[in-house]
Design a protein around this ligand. Sequence first.
Ligand code: NDP
Length: 501
Amino acid sequence: MFETPFVVDLFIDGELVKPSSGRYSERFDPGDDGRLIGVVADGSRDVGRALDAARDAFDRDVGGWTTDHKLRSRVLFKTAEIIRENAEKLAVVESLFSGKTIRTSRLGDVPRSAEILEFYAGVADKLIGTSQVLKTGDLVAIVKQPAGVVAAITPWNFPLVILCRQVAPALAAGCTVVVKPASHTPVSAVKLAEMLHRAGAPKGVFNVVTGSGATVGRELVRSEKVDVVNFTGETSTGKGIMEAAAGTLKRVVLELGGKNPNIVFEDADLERAANAVVYGAYANNGESCAAGSRLLVQSTVKEKFVRMVVDRVKRIRVGYQLDENSDMGPLVSREQMEKVLEYVGAADSEGLKIITGGRRITSGLFSRGNYVEPTVVDDTPPDSKLFKEEIFGPVLTVTEFGSEEEAVELANSTVYGLAAGVWSNDTGKALRTAEKVKAGAVWVNTYYTLPVEMPWGGFKQSGIGRNNTVLAVEHYLEHKGIYVDGQQGPMRPYYRLVLSG
Ligand code: NDP
Protein backbone atom coordinates (compact mmCIF):
# COMPACT_ATOMS: atom_id res chain seq x y z
CA MET A 1 0.00 0.00 0.00
CA PHE A 2 2.90 2.37 0.81
CA GLU A 3 6.48 2.70 -0.14
CA THR A 4 8.62 2.78 2.97
CA PRO A 5 10.54 4.57 4.24
CA PHE A 6 8.19 7.53 4.33
CA VAL A 7 9.97 10.80 3.67
CA VAL A 8 8.46 13.22 6.17
CA ASP A 9 8.98 16.86 5.22
CA LEU A 10 7.72 20.01 6.90
CA PHE A 11 4.42 21.63 5.98
CA ILE A 12 4.64 25.41 6.00
CA ASP A 13 2.48 28.07 4.42
CA GLY A 14 0.38 25.65 2.43
CA GLU A 15 3.10 23.37 1.08
CA LEU A 16 5.57 20.63 1.83
CA VAL A 17 9.07 22.03 2.27
CA LYS A 18 12.51 20.62 2.94
CA PRO A 19 14.18 21.45 6.27
CA SER A 20 16.73 24.29 6.26
CA SER A 21 19.05 22.08 8.31
CA GLY A 22 19.14 19.58 5.43
CA ARG A 23 19.03 16.87 8.11
CA TYR A 24 16.65 13.93 8.53
CA SER A 25 16.43 11.42 11.37
CA GLU A 26 15.52 7.76 10.93
CA ARG A 27 12.57 5.87 12.39
CA PHE A 28 12.47 2.10 12.64
CA ASP A 29 9.47 -0.23 12.84
CA PRO A 30 8.67 -0.82 16.54
CA GLY A 31 7.61 -4.36 15.64
CA ASP A 32 10.66 -5.17 13.51
CA ASP A 33 13.58 -2.90 14.21
CA GLY A 34 15.55 -3.97 11.16
CA ARG A 35 13.05 -2.12 8.99
CA LEU A 36 13.50 1.57 8.28
CA ILE A 37 10.01 3.09 8.02
CA GLY A 38 10.62 6.83 8.01
CA VAL A 39 13.13 9.59 7.47
CA VAL A 40 11.95 12.67 9.27
CA ALA A 41 12.93 16.29 8.65
CA ASP A 42 14.78 18.08 11.42
CA GLY A 43 12.85 21.36 11.48
CA SER A 44 14.88 22.96 14.27
CA ARG A 45 15.82 25.89 11.99
CA ASP A 46 12.33 26.33 10.56
CA VAL A 47 10.19 27.18 13.57
CA GLY A 48 10.41 30.91 12.81
CA ARG A 49 9.29 30.31 9.23
CA ALA A 50 6.24 28.33 10.35
CA LEU A 51 5.35 30.88 13.02
CA ASP A 52 5.60 33.73 10.52
CA ALA A 53 3.24 31.87 8.19
CA ALA A 54 0.72 31.20 10.96
CA ARG A 55 1.03 34.74 12.35
CA ASP A 56 0.60 36.31 8.93
CA ALA A 57 -2.40 34.13 8.08
CA PHE A 58 -4.00 35.17 11.36
CA ASP A 59 -3.11 38.87 11.41
CA ARG A 60 -4.02 39.49 7.77
CA ASP A 61 -7.04 37.17 7.87
CA VAL A 62 -5.69 35.30 4.84
CA GLY A 63 -8.53 33.74 2.83
CA GLY A 64 -11.03 35.01 5.43
CA TRP A 65 -10.10 32.25 7.89
CA THR A 66 -10.41 34.24 11.09
CA THR A 67 -13.68 35.91 10.15
CA ASP A 68 -15.57 33.45 7.95
CA HIS A 69 -17.25 30.90 10.25
CA LYS A 70 -18.89 29.11 7.37
CA LEU A 71 -15.60 28.58 5.56
CA ARG A 72 -14.12 26.98 8.66
CA SER A 73 -17.13 24.74 9.06
CA ARG A 74 -16.94 23.61 5.42
CA VAL A 75 -13.20 22.92 5.61
CA LEU A 76 -13.54 20.81 8.75
CA PHE A 77 -16.46 18.81 7.31
CA LYS A 78 -14.58 18.24 4.08
CA THR A 79 -11.41 17.16 5.90
CA ALA A 80 -13.42 14.59 7.86
CA GLU A 81 -14.72 13.27 4.55
CA ILE A 82 -11.17 12.99 3.17
CA ILE A 83 -10.10 11.15 6.33
CA ARG A 84 -12.90 8.64 5.80
CA GLU A 85 -11.94 8.18 2.13
CA ASN A 86 -8.33 7.48 3.16
CA ALA A 87 -9.17 5.55 6.31
CA GLU A 88 -7.25 2.40 5.54
CA LYS A 89 -4.03 4.20 4.57
CA LEU A 90 -4.20 6.36 7.67
CA ALA A 91 -4.84 3.32 9.88
CA VAL A 92 -1.73 1.63 8.53
CA VAL A 93 0.39 4.73 9.19
CA GLU A 94 -0.97 5.07 12.74
CA SER A 95 -0.18 1.46 13.58
CA LEU A 96 3.11 1.14 11.73
CA PHE A 97 4.77 4.03 13.58
CA SER A 98 3.19 3.67 17.04
CA GLY A 99 2.94 -0.12 17.39
CA LYS A 100 -0.80 -0.04 18.16
CA THR A 101 -2.75 -2.83 16.50
CA ILE A 102 -4.32 -2.25 13.12
CA ARG A 103 -7.75 -3.08 14.59
CA THR A 104 -7.36 -0.26 17.11
CA SER A 105 -6.51 2.22 14.36
CA ARG A 106 -9.29 1.02 12.05
CA LEU A 107 -12.08 0.81 14.57
CA GLY A 108 -10.97 3.54 16.94
CA ASP A 109 -8.44 6.19 16.03
CA VAL A 110 -9.30 6.93 12.42
CA PRO A 111 -13.11 7.08 12.60
CA ARG A 112 -12.89 8.95 15.93
CA SER A 113 -10.62 11.55 14.31
CA ALA A 114 -13.21 12.17 11.59
CA GLU A 115 -15.97 12.43 14.21
CA ILE A 116 -14.00 15.05 16.14
CA LEU A 117 -13.57 17.19 13.03
CA GLU A 118 -17.27 16.85 12.21
CA PHE A 119 -18.26 17.85 15.72
CA TYR A 120 -16.20 21.06 15.57
CA ALA A 121 -17.32 21.72 12.00
CA GLY A 122 -20.79 21.88 13.52
CA VAL A 123 -19.57 24.25 16.23
CA ALA A 124 -17.54 26.61 14.00
CA ASP A 125 -20.47 28.54 12.55
CA LYS A 126 -22.32 28.81 15.85
CA LEU A 127 -19.74 30.76 17.82
CA ILE A 128 -21.93 33.77 18.16
CA GLY A 129 -21.55 36.29 20.97
CA THR A 130 -24.28 37.83 23.09
CA SER A 131 -25.55 41.33 23.66
CA GLN A 132 -27.82 43.14 26.06
CA VAL A 133 -29.47 46.55 26.17
CA LEU A 134 -29.03 47.98 29.68
CA LYS A 135 -31.73 50.02 31.45
CA THR A 136 -29.78 53.17 30.56
CA GLY A 137 -30.40 52.36 26.90
CA ASP A 138 -26.73 51.48 26.38
CA LEU A 139 -25.65 48.26 24.70
CA VAL A 140 -23.12 45.75 25.97
CA ALA A 141 -21.99 43.26 23.36
CA ILE A 142 -19.77 40.25 24.03
CA VAL A 143 -17.94 39.44 20.84
CA LYS A 144 -16.14 36.13 20.41
CA GLN A 145 -12.88 36.41 18.52
CA PRO A 146 -10.20 33.82 17.80
CA ALA A 147 -7.27 34.01 20.25
CA GLY A 148 -4.47 33.94 17.67
CA VAL A 149 -1.73 31.45 16.87
CA VAL A 150 -1.90 28.07 18.62
CA ALA A 151 1.08 25.78 19.12
CA ALA A 152 -0.03 22.15 19.42
CA ILE A 153 2.52 19.69 20.79
CA THR A 154 1.38 16.08 20.57
CA PRO A 155 2.36 12.65 21.96
CA TRP A 156 2.99 9.39 20.10
CA ASN A 157 0.33 7.11 21.53
CA PHE A 158 -2.68 8.41 19.55
CA PRO A 159 -0.95 10.45 16.83
CA LEU A 160 -4.00 11.40 14.76
CA VAL A 161 -6.88 11.35 17.19
CA ILE A 162 -5.15 13.41 19.90
CA LEU A 163 -3.92 15.83 17.26
CA CYS A 164 -7.51 16.28 16.05
CA ARG A 165 -8.69 16.74 19.63
CA GLN A 166 -6.08 19.45 20.13
CA VAL A 167 -6.46 21.35 16.86
CA ALA A 168 -10.08 20.98 15.74
CA PRO A 169 -11.54 23.36 18.38
CA ALA A 170 -8.74 25.85 17.69
CA LEU A 171 -9.46 25.77 13.96
CA ALA A 172 -13.21 26.02 14.60
CA ALA A 173 -12.53 29.16 16.66
CA GLY A 174 -10.60 30.72 13.76
CA CYS A 175 -7.07 30.34 15.11
CA THR A 176 -4.09 29.35 13.01
CA VAL A 177 -1.88 26.50 14.12
CA VAL A 178 1.70 25.24 14.23
CA VAL A 179 1.99 21.57 15.19
CA LYS A 180 5.02 19.79 16.61
CA PRO A 181 4.20 16.09 16.46
CA ALA A 182 5.96 13.48 18.62
CA SER A 183 9.24 12.38 17.08
CA HIS A 184 8.17 8.72 17.01
CA THR A 185 4.96 9.39 15.04
CA PRO A 186 5.33 12.41 12.75
CA VAL A 187 3.42 11.27 9.63
CA SER A 188 -0.20 11.81 10.69
CA ALA A 189 0.30 15.53 11.36
CA VAL A 190 1.72 16.14 7.88
CA LYS A 191 -1.09 14.07 6.37
CA LEU A 192 -3.68 16.12 8.29
CA ALA A 193 -2.07 19.33 7.00
CA GLU A 194 -2.34 18.09 3.42
CA MET A 195 -5.95 17.04 3.91
CA LEU A 196 -6.96 20.36 5.51
CA HIS A 197 -5.45 22.28 2.63
CA ARG A 198 -7.05 20.01 0.06
CA ALA A 199 -10.32 20.76 1.84
CA GLY A 200 -9.80 24.49 1.34
CA ALA A 201 -7.88 25.81 4.36
CA PRO A 202 -6.03 28.99 3.29
CA LYS A 203 -2.23 29.06 3.23
CA GLY A 204 -0.57 29.41 6.62
CA VAL A 205 -3.58 28.20 8.60
CA PHE A 206 -2.05 24.84 9.51
CA ASN A 207 1.69 24.24 9.66
CA VAL A 208 3.74 21.28 10.84
CA VAL A 209 7.33 21.36 12.04
CA THR A 210 8.86 17.99 12.84
CA GLY A 211 11.90 17.70 15.07
CA SER A 212 12.69 17.21 18.72
CA GLY A 213 10.84 18.58 21.73
CA ALA A 214 14.07 20.05 23.04
CA THR A 215 14.49 22.27 19.95
CA VAL A 216 11.25 22.72 17.99
CA GLY A 217 8.91 22.27 20.98
CA ARG A 218 10.94 24.52 23.23
CA GLU A 219 11.07 27.35 20.68
CA LEU A 220 7.31 27.21 20.07
CA VAL A 221 6.51 27.40 23.76
CA ARG A 222 8.76 30.43 24.28
CA SER A 223 7.87 32.37 21.16
CA GLU A 224 6.08 35.71 21.42
CA LYS A 225 4.23 34.84 18.23
CA VAL A 226 2.25 32.08 19.95
CA ASP A 227 -0.88 32.95 21.93
CA VAL A 228 -2.00 29.52 23.19
CA VAL A 229 -0.09 26.29 23.77
CA ASN A 230 -2.00 23.03 23.75
CA PHE A 231 0.18 20.19 24.95
CA THR A 232 -0.48 16.51 25.51
CA GLY A 233 2.27 14.46 27.08
CA GLU A 234 4.03 13.63 30.30
CA THR A 235 3.31 15.54 33.49
CA SER A 236 6.97 16.47 33.94
CA THR A 237 7.17 17.89 30.39
CA GLY A 238 3.91 19.77 31.00
CA LYS A 239 5.33 21.44 34.10
CA GLY A 240 8.33 22.68 32.10
CA ILE A 241 6.01 23.96 29.38
CA MET A 242 3.89 25.90 31.84
CA GLU A 243 6.99 27.52 33.28
CA ALA A 244 8.37 28.42 29.85
CA ALA A 245 5.02 29.79 28.66
CA ALA A 246 4.88 32.12 31.64
CA GLY A 247 7.57 34.28 30.03
CA THR A 248 5.01 35.69 27.61
CA LEU A 249 1.90 34.84 29.67
CA LYS A 250 0.46 32.48 27.11
CA ARG A 251 -2.57 30.39 27.84
CA VAL A 252 -1.76 26.72 28.33
CA VAL A 253 -3.98 23.71 27.95
CA LEU A 254 -2.27 20.64 29.39
CA GLU A 255 -3.41 17.02 29.02
CA LEU A 256 -0.97 15.01 31.09
CA GLY A 257 -0.43 11.63 32.68
CA GLY A 258 -2.84 9.35 34.49
CA LYS A 259 -2.79 6.41 36.90
CA ASN A 260 -6.39 5.49 36.64
CA PRO A 261 -8.27 3.22 39.04
CA ASN A 262 -10.91 0.73 38.00
CA ILE A 263 -12.98 0.22 41.17
CA VAL A 264 -14.88 -3.06 41.26
CA PHE A 265 -17.45 -3.53 44.02
CA GLU A 266 -18.69 -6.99 45.05
CA ASP A 267 -22.14 -6.35 43.59
CA ALA A 268 -20.88 -5.53 40.08
CA ASP A 269 -21.58 -7.58 36.98
CA LEU A 270 -18.22 -9.33 37.28
CA GLU A 271 -18.18 -10.81 33.77
CA ARG A 272 -18.71 -7.43 32.18
CA ALA A 273 -16.26 -5.79 34.57
CA ALA A 274 -13.53 -8.38 33.91
CA ASN A 275 -13.76 -7.80 30.16
CA ALA A 276 -13.58 -4.04 30.61
CA VAL A 277 -10.76 -4.15 33.15
CA VAL A 278 -8.65 -6.15 30.71
CA TYR A 279 -9.57 -3.86 27.84
CA GLY A 280 -8.88 -0.79 30.00
CA ALA A 281 -5.43 -2.01 30.99
CA TYR A 282 -4.11 -3.47 27.73
CA ALA A 283 -5.85 -1.67 24.86
CA ASN A 284 -3.36 0.41 22.89
CA ASN A 285 -0.64 -1.80 24.49
CA GLY A 286 -1.36 -0.08 27.80
CA GLU A 287 0.32 3.01 26.34
CA SER A 288 -2.49 5.34 27.17
CA CYS A 289 -3.00 8.14 29.63
CA ALA A 290 -6.52 6.75 30.06
CA ALA A 291 -5.39 3.18 30.80
CA GLY A 292 -7.14 1.65 33.79
CA SER A 293 -3.80 0.56 35.20
CA ARG A 294 -4.88 0.12 38.84
CA LEU A 295 -7.50 -2.49 39.63
CA LEU A 296 -9.11 -1.79 43.02
CA VAL A 297 -11.33 -4.73 43.92
CA GLN A 298 -13.48 -5.43 46.97
CA SER A 299 -11.93 -8.10 49.24
CA THR A 300 -15.03 -10.33 49.21
CA VAL A 301 -14.70 -11.00 45.45
CA LYS A 302 -11.00 -10.34 44.99
CA GLU A 303 -9.78 -13.88 44.51
CA LYS A 304 -12.56 -14.82 42.11
CA PHE A 305 -12.33 -11.59 40.12
CA VAL A 306 -8.55 -11.66 39.76
CA ARG A 307 -8.83 -15.22 38.44
CA MET A 308 -11.34 -14.03 35.83
CA VAL A 309 -9.01 -11.18 34.83
CA VAL A 310 -5.90 -13.34 34.62
CA ASP A 311 -7.75 -15.93 32.56
CA ARG A 312 -8.55 -13.23 30.00
CA VAL A 313 -5.07 -11.69 30.09
CA LYS A 314 -3.52 -15.05 29.25
CA ARG A 315 -5.63 -15.15 26.08
CA ILE A 316 -4.35 -11.79 24.76
CA ARG A 317 -2.56 -12.40 21.47
CA VAL A 318 0.58 -10.32 21.22
CA GLY A 319 1.80 -9.89 17.65
CA TYR A 320 2.95 -7.63 14.85
CA GLN A 321 0.91 -4.45 14.80
CA LEU A 322 -0.34 -4.83 11.23
CA ASP A 323 -1.50 -8.40 11.80
CA GLU A 324 -5.31 -8.50 11.99
CA ASN A 325 -5.17 -11.13 14.72
CA SER A 326 -3.01 -9.19 17.16
CA ASP A 327 -4.70 -7.88 20.32
CA MET A 328 -1.54 -6.16 21.49
CA GLY A 329 1.40 -4.93 19.43
CA PRO A 330 4.97 -3.88 20.19
CA LEU A 331 5.67 -0.89 22.43
CA VAL A 332 6.59 2.26 20.56
CA SER A 333 10.34 2.20 21.17
CA ARG A 334 13.18 0.32 22.77
CA GLU A 335 13.39 2.97 25.54
CA GLN A 336 9.68 2.63 26.30
CA MET A 337 10.04 -1.15 26.52
CA GLU A 338 13.03 -0.80 28.85
CA LYS A 339 11.11 1.66 31.04
CA VAL A 340 8.22 -0.82 31.38
CA LEU A 341 10.57 -3.72 32.14
CA GLU A 342 12.27 -1.61 34.81
CA TYR A 343 8.91 -1.20 36.56
CA VAL A 344 8.38 -4.94 36.38
CA GLY A 345 11.87 -5.33 37.88
CA ALA A 346 10.88 -2.91 40.65
CA ALA A 347 7.85 -5.12 41.40
CA ASP A 348 10.26 -8.00 41.87
CA SER A 349 12.57 -6.06 44.13
CA GLU A 350 9.61 -4.76 46.19
CA GLY A 351 8.66 -8.41 46.72
CA LEU A 352 5.38 -8.12 44.78
CA LYS A 353 3.89 -11.15 43.11
CA ILE A 354 3.68 -11.11 39.31
CA ILE A 355 0.73 -13.41 38.59
CA THR A 356 1.14 -13.46 34.84
CA GLY A 357 3.50 -11.91 32.26
CA GLY A 358 6.46 -9.84 33.37
CA ARG A 359 8.90 -10.55 30.56
CA ARG A 360 9.99 -9.30 27.20
CA ILE A 361 8.96 -11.69 24.41
CA THR A 362 11.98 -12.74 22.36
CA SER A 363 11.08 -15.77 20.28
CA GLY A 364 11.24 -15.51 16.44
CA LEU A 365 10.09 -12.13 15.05
CA PHE A 366 9.53 -10.93 18.60
CA SER A 367 13.28 -10.66 19.14
CA ARG A 368 13.37 -7.84 16.57
CA GLY A 369 10.67 -5.73 18.23
CA ASN A 370 9.58 -4.19 21.51
CA TYR A 371 7.17 -6.90 22.65
CA VAL A 372 6.28 -7.27 26.34
CA GLU A 373 3.92 -9.79 27.91
CA PRO A 374 0.72 -8.40 29.37
CA THR A 375 1.45 -8.37 33.08
CA VAL A 376 -0.60 -8.50 36.29
CA VAL A 377 0.96 -7.63 39.65
CA ASP A 378 -0.94 -8.79 42.74
CA ASP A 379 -1.44 -7.12 46.13
CA THR A 380 0.21 -3.83 45.24
CA PRO A 381 0.29 -1.53 48.28
CA PRO A 382 -0.43 2.20 47.91
CA ASP A 383 3.13 3.16 48.77
CA SER A 384 4.55 1.03 45.95
CA LYS A 385 6.21 2.69 42.96
CA LEU A 386 3.99 0.60 40.70
CA PHE A 387 0.83 1.89 42.38
CA LYS A 388 1.83 5.55 42.26
CA GLU A 389 3.70 6.09 39.00
CA GLU A 390 2.48 6.02 35.43
CA ILE A 391 4.09 3.02 33.71
CA PHE A 392 2.58 3.58 30.27
CA GLY A 393 2.71 -0.06 29.25
CA PRO A 394 0.83 -3.36 29.66
CA VAL A 395 1.05 -3.64 33.45
CA LEU A 396 -2.01 -3.90 35.70
CA THR A 397 -1.68 -3.70 39.49
CA VAL A 398 -4.23 -5.25 41.85
CA THR A 399 -5.12 -3.80 45.27
CA GLU A 400 -8.03 -4.86 47.45
CA PHE A 401 -10.31 -2.69 49.56
CA GLY A 402 -12.92 -3.31 52.25
CA SER A 403 -15.35 -0.40 52.28
CA GLU A 404 -16.65 2.24 49.88
CA GLU A 405 -14.63 4.90 51.78
CA GLU A 406 -11.44 2.89 51.46
CA ALA A 407 -12.01 2.47 47.72
CA VAL A 408 -12.28 6.24 47.30
CA GLU A 409 -9.24 6.88 49.46
CA LEU A 410 -7.13 4.44 47.43
CA ALA A 411 -8.46 5.83 44.16
CA ASN A 412 -7.44 9.35 45.17
CA SER A 413 -4.03 8.48 46.58
CA THR A 414 -1.84 9.38 43.61
CA VAL A 415 -0.84 12.79 42.24
CA TYR A 416 -2.91 12.10 39.11
CA GLY A 417 -6.61 12.63 38.49
CA LEU A 418 -7.39 11.89 34.87
CA ALA A 419 -9.95 9.08 34.75
CA ALA A 420 -11.58 6.30 36.76
CA GLY A 421 -14.00 3.40 36.35
CA VAL A 422 -16.64 2.41 38.90
CA TRP A 423 -18.38 -0.98 38.79
CA SER A 424 -21.50 -1.64 40.86
CA ASN A 425 -25.13 -2.58 40.31
CA ASP A 426 -26.09 -0.25 43.17
CA THR A 427 -26.68 3.04 41.36
CA GLY A 428 -26.44 5.12 44.51
CA LYS A 429 -23.11 3.61 45.49
CA ALA A 430 -21.74 3.98 41.97
CA LEU A 431 -22.75 7.62 41.76
CA ARG A 432 -21.49 8.46 45.28
CA THR A 433 -18.14 6.97 44.35
CA ALA A 434 -18.06 8.70 40.96
CA GLU A 435 -18.72 11.99 42.72
CA LYS A 436 -15.93 11.53 45.27
CA VAL A 437 -13.20 10.29 42.95
CA LYS A 438 -10.95 13.16 41.92
CA ALA A 439 -10.81 12.60 38.17
CA GLY A 440 -11.80 14.55 35.09
CA ALA A 441 -13.69 11.58 33.62
CA VAL A 442 -15.46 8.78 35.47
CA TRP A 443 -17.00 5.81 33.70
CA VAL A 444 -19.75 3.90 35.46
CA ASN A 445 -20.13 0.23 34.46
CA THR A 446 -18.01 0.84 31.37
CA TYR A 447 -14.48 1.95 30.60
CA TYR A 448 -12.65 3.96 27.93
CA THR A 449 -15.71 5.27 26.11
CA LEU A 450 -14.51 8.66 25.00
CA PRO A 451 -16.66 10.27 22.32
CA VAL A 452 -16.08 13.93 21.53
CA GLU A 453 -19.19 14.74 23.62
CA MET A 454 -17.31 13.65 26.80
CA PRO A 455 -15.01 16.31 28.30
CA TRP A 456 -11.42 15.14 28.59
CA GLY A 457 -8.84 16.55 30.98
CA GLY A 458 -7.43 16.11 34.42
CA PHE A 459 -7.75 17.04 38.08
CA LYS A 460 -4.54 17.52 40.10
CA GLN A 461 -1.33 16.83 38.14
CA SER A 462 -3.17 15.32 35.18
CA GLY A 463 -3.60 18.69 33.56
CA ILE A 464 -5.30 22.01 33.08
CA GLY A 465 -8.33 22.66 30.90
CA ARG A 466 -10.58 20.35 28.92
CA ASN A 467 -10.39 19.00 25.42
CA ASN A 468 -13.50 17.64 23.64
CA THR A 469 -17.01 19.15 23.78
CA VAL A 470 -17.84 22.80 23.15
CA LEU A 471 -15.94 23.65 26.35
CA ALA A 472 -12.67 23.15 24.46
CA VAL A 473 -13.38 25.98 22.03
CA GLU A 474 -13.27 28.49 24.88
CA HIS A 475 -9.49 28.05 25.19
CA TYR A 476 -9.11 29.51 21.71
CA LEU A 477 -11.45 32.46 21.99
CA GLU A 478 -11.12 35.96 23.32
CA HIS A 479 -14.33 37.44 24.70
CA LYS A 480 -14.29 41.09 23.85
CA GLY A 481 -16.76 43.47 25.48
CA ILE A 482 -18.01 46.36 23.34
CA TYR A 483 -19.96 49.08 25.11
CA VAL A 484 -22.11 51.45 23.08
CA ASP A 485 -23.51 54.52 24.80
CA GLY A 486 -27.13 54.90 23.76
CA GLN A 487 -27.46 58.48 24.90
CA GLN A 488 -27.17 61.43 22.51
CA GLY A 489 -25.77 64.80 23.56
CA PRO A 490 -23.70 65.55 26.67
CA MET A 491 -22.14 62.75 28.74
CA ARG A 492 -24.06 61.60 31.81
CA PRO A 493 -23.05 63.68 34.87
CA TYR A 494 -21.21 60.91 36.68
CA TYR A 495 -18.84 60.44 33.74
CA ARG A 496 -17.79 64.08 33.68
CA LEU A 497 -14.76 65.32 35.57
CA VAL A 498 -15.84 68.93 35.16
CA LEU A 499 -19.55 69.48 35.61
CA SER A 500 -20.76 72.26 33.43
CA GLY A 501 -23.98 73.54 31.94
P1 NDP B 1 6.42 13.63 26.26
O1 NDP B 1 6.02 14.60 27.30
O2 NDP B 1 7.77 13.05 26.32
O3 NDP B 1 6.30 14.28 24.82
C1 NDP B 1 5.12 14.86 24.33
C2 NDP B 1 5.47 15.86 23.26
O4 NDP B 1 6.20 16.93 23.85
C3 NDP B 1 6.37 15.31 22.16
O5 NDP B 1 6.00 15.90 20.94
C4 NDP B 1 7.75 15.75 22.61
O6 NDP B 1 8.69 15.81 21.57
C5 NDP B 1 7.42 17.13 23.15
N1 NDP B 1 8.41 17.67 24.09
C6 NDP B 1 9.30 17.01 24.84
N2 NDP B 1 10.03 17.89 25.58
C7 NDP B 1 9.57 19.13 25.29
C8 NDP B 1 9.92 20.45 25.71
N3 NDP B 1 10.87 20.67 26.61
N4 NDP B 1 9.25 21.50 25.21
C9 NDP B 1 8.26 21.31 24.31
N5 NDP B 1 7.91 20.08 23.85
C10 NDP B 1 8.54 19.00 24.34
O7 NDP B 1 5.31 12.50 26.27
P2 NDP B 1 5.23 11.23 25.35
O8 NDP B 1 5.27 11.56 23.91
O9 NDP B 1 6.20 10.24 25.87
O10 NDP B 1 3.74 10.76 25.60
C11 NDP B 1 3.41 9.97 26.67
C12 NDP B 1 2.82 10.81 27.81
O11 NDP B 1 1.70 11.53 27.35
C13 NDP B 1 2.30 9.98 28.95
O12 NDP B 1 2.75 10.50 30.17
C14 NDP B 1 0.79 10.11 28.86
O13 NDP B 1 0.11 9.96 30.04
C15 NDP B 1 0.63 11.45 28.26
N6 NDP B 1 -0.63 11.52 27.56
C16 NDP B 1 -1.68 12.21 28.11
C17 NDP B 1 -2.91 12.22 27.50
C18 NDP B 1 -4.07 12.97 28.09
O14 NDP B 1 -5.05 13.15 27.38
N7 NDP B 1 -4.00 13.41 29.31
C19 NDP B 1 -3.14 11.51 26.25
C20 NDP B 1 -1.98 10.84 25.75
C21 NDP B 1 -0.77 10.86 26.40
P3 NDP B 1 9.61 14.52 21.22
O15 NDP B 1 8.69 13.47 20.74
O16 NDP B 1 10.52 15.01 20.18
O17 NDP B 1 10.29 14.14 22.51
